[in-house]
Write a protein that binds this ligand. Structure first.
Ligand SMILES: [Zn+2]
Ligand SMILES: [Zn+2]
Length: 508
């Protein structure tokens, strides 16, 4: 038995769950001071859940989705700039925590690195709950004392945190805020920016130092370059914060994690999801060996192989009728259609931003009813008649003229269509499937794609079945064919961001 490190370093954190709450497309100069490449990069919006003996601690909170989605508020706060993409169609923080098995009520402490809108937008959840929110005094003072108009130009929105119900725990310098979690002052990016050291029990490394915006990218850390857009700080101060964080991390054997890196973040998500639950033995100080044998976690299989395409299956107007229970339109469909559409809109926008091809499948039948074949022999009634409003693709997902549209008369998108040729033209290897019904058209399209040797992923929270039971049974059947077939809007968002950068990296 190795001697427990806790005897030397105090109590350690138990588990880390990285959350990917969305993405933002920004000029590279926002992350790298003085960058003149003019490049745009898509960066993940990150937060971290830490399980400690005192309960769950949340580090950072992502965007306020209302300010992004409400057209009037978006106009006010984003002023025509590229709006951030949100990882889920609901509340990204609530949804991704829930998906990780943690409810917001379970969180005993929140800490914010700083008050930029991509970090402070979820604080409002904790006002009503009176959850303590740890922040450096210098950060809060800057945000409360700077005139609001100037603050908004800095990307700090007072609406996110100026709430008398928030239970601020104002810190003055480095502070151990929970067992295994220490806030470290890293000013420069903002006046009171803080990063977090998480000393982890049972990790191969000693844990992680989460830089957040003290270092957006790995490059900031490795080359000791200040992030761009410094608020009230100098490049020298930002660089000395990076150096300080690196040395604090090194002293404890922690891996330093940049806040917005499109490679490092998804890699960390993969690494932590593959972490064994039992404490690991101390690692050799060499590169970790790839896990082998049947015990290897299936999540090590990358979600995206080669070029991906988003394939949207039969997201047609009728869904609003059939899933709402008011009068049927030939087909029974589980509730929640509009939530699924909302989530899918975010994925569609991200695909368009990152040049991932999109294929729209649409089921259409002739008014003469002579092309239904055996489709009316089972539970389904007449549906998707040519020219009916209910047959059109929902307005939120309206195809662009440059996107592939395939009309089909049967369930599978491959049956009697040229989908296979079109996918070959696009040089696609991985299909990301979303749509309705999980147990019919999505399932059969999946099966044909599988038999044509594609990697297929089904974004399960963007799919609806004829019933919830059929939905889950079909997902299980697809997972039976390909491990890791089942995924969610949030994990696909993270994977799309990282594969976009791999492709850009490979082509530059
Ligand atoms: Zn920031
Ligand atoms: Zn940020």
């Amino acid at each position: 038995m190795p001697e427990p490190r806790a005897t030397v370093r105090g109590e350690l954190a138990r588990r880390i769950i990285p959350l990917t709450l969305g993405a933002e497309t920004l000029p590279r100069s926002v992350s790298i001071l003085g960058d003149r490449t003019g490049q745009l990069i898509t960066e993940p919006v990150t937060a971290v859940l830490v399980e400690t003996s005192a309960g769950w601690v949340l580090l950072d909170t992502g965007h306020n989705p209302a300010l992004v989605r409400d057209p009037a508020l978006a106009e006010r706060f984003y002023r025509g700039a590229d709006k951030p993409l949100l990882a889920t169609g609901g509340d990204p923080l609530e949804d991704t925590c829930h998906e990780a098995g943690v409810e917001l009520d379970d969180i005993v402490l929140v800490a914010v690195s700083h008050l930029h809108s991509d970090h402070a937008g979820g604080l409002r959840h904790f006002a009503r709950r009176a959850t303590p929110v740890a922040i450096q005094g210098a950060e809060l003072q800057h945000a409360m004392e700077t005139p609001q108009a100037d603050l908004e130009l800095q990307g700090i929105f007072r609406i996110d945190f100026d709430d008398p119900s928030l239970n601020w725990q104002v810190l003055d310098g480095d502070t151990r805020i929970a067992p295994g979690v220490t806030a470290i002052c890293t000013p420069g990016h903002t006046p009171g920016h803080q990063s977090f050291l998480v000393e982890l029990d049972g990790a191969a490394c000693g844990g992680y130092a989460f830089a957040f915006d003290a270092a957006d990218l790995t490059e900031n850390i490795d080359r000791e370059i200040a992030p761009g857009g410094l608020i009230g700080g100098t490049p020298e101060q930002a660089i000395s914060s990076i150096r300080r964080l690196k040395s604090e991390a090194a002293a404890r054997g922690l891996v330093t994690v940049p806040g917005h890196d499109p490679y490092a973040w998804p890699a960390l998500v993969d690494e932590l999801s593959a972490e064994p639950t039992a404490p690991a033995p101390p690692a050799e100080p060499t590169a970790p060996a790839p896990p082998a044998g049947p015990t290897a976690s299936p999540s090590l299989d990358p979600l995206i192989h080669g070029r991906p395409a988003l394939v949207i299956v039969d997201m047609q107007q009728a869904g609003y009728l059939t899933s709402s229970g008011h009068g049927r339109y030939g087909i029974q469909q589980m509730p929640g259609f509009s939530d699924r559409i909302r989530r899918l809109v975010e994925i569609l926008e991200l695909c368009r931003h990152t040049n991932v091809p999109v294929v729209h499948l649409q089921e259409v039948h002739s008014r003469a009813l002579d092309d239904f074949g055996r489709e009316l022999d089972g539970a389904e009634g007449v549906h998707f008649i040519e020219g009916d409003a209910a047959t059109s693709i929902v307005g939120e997902l309206r195809p662009l003229a440059t996107e592939t549209q395939i009309v089909k008369r049967r369930y599978s998108g491959f049956f009697g269509t040229d989908l296979l040729d079109r996918l070959a033209d696009l040089d696609v290897s991985t299909l990301l499937l979303a749509g309705e019904l999980t147990d019919v058209c999505v399932h059969y399209t999946f099966v044909d794609a599988h038999q044509h040797d594609f990697h297929v992923r089904v974004i399960e929270d963007c799919c609806g079945g004829s019933t919830p039971q059929s939905h889950y049974a079909a997902l299980d059947a697809m997972e039976y064919l390909q491990s890791r077939a089942r995924c969610t809007a949030a994990t696909v968002t993270a994977a799309l961001i990282s594969s976009d950068h791999e492709r850009k990296g490979a082509s530059s």
